[in-house]
Design a protein around this ligand. Structure first.
Ligand code: C2G
Length: 153
């Protein structure tokens, strides 16, 4: 059985994440996702996620490509995980290209897949915020119109 591992936050799960997970699973028979805990995200990645660890874990476990979700508690656990889970291949998106090549010393393949363009959890949040401010501006102008006495003739 060929075992693959990947790491990430996977907040606001989107099709870029699914592309990565599908490609990672295509490298073997069993895919483990090391999911960043809330504490790791906050302290080391300076990320405040929308969904909690448990919620993100539940979402990932429902994906057909994912066989096991484990916690990612620190940057340094990768070498240990590779031996603990008898990993054959380590896979990440290309925004991490080269950053984990040292894991080859542990006897695993290291693969970087092209990052899916145009989508990220950060972009989703900023687009939603833009939409909200546009709606607020539109609402304010409508309210102004409704208070204008000429409108009530
Ligand atoms: N990804 C992708 N395309 C996107 C967005 C993300 O291929 N449009 C990939 C990333 O390259 C990563 C995985 O999906 O391999 C998860 O992305 P994030 O949740 O943003 O994880 P990240 O913050 O990169 O954390 O120790 C490694 C870290 O935990 C990785």
């Amino acid at each position: 059985m060929k075992r693959v591992i990947t790491y990430g936050t996977f907040d606001l799960l989107h099709y870029g994440h699914i592309n990565l997970l599908r490609r990672a699973k295509s490298l073997g028979d069993y895919l483990i996702v090391a999911l960043s805990t809330d504490e790791f995200n906050w302290k080391d990645k300076h990320k405040k996620t929308y969904f909690s660890y448990e919620e993100r874990k539940q979402l990932l476990e429902s994906i057909r490509y994912v066989d096991l979700v484990i916690p990612e508690k620190c940057w340094e656990q990768k070498r240990h995980d590779i031996h603990e889970y008898h990993i054959d291949t380590f896979a990440m998106g290309s925004d991490w290209a080269g950053k984990f090549d040292f894991l080859k010393e542990e006897g695993v393949n290291v693969v970087y897949f092209p990052r899916t363009p145009e989508i990220s959890s950060t972009k989703i949040k900023s687009d939603l915020n833009k939409e909200k401010s546009i709606q607020n501006k539109t609402k304010i102008s409508h309210d102004d119109l409704n208070t204008d006495p000429l409108n009530n003739l």
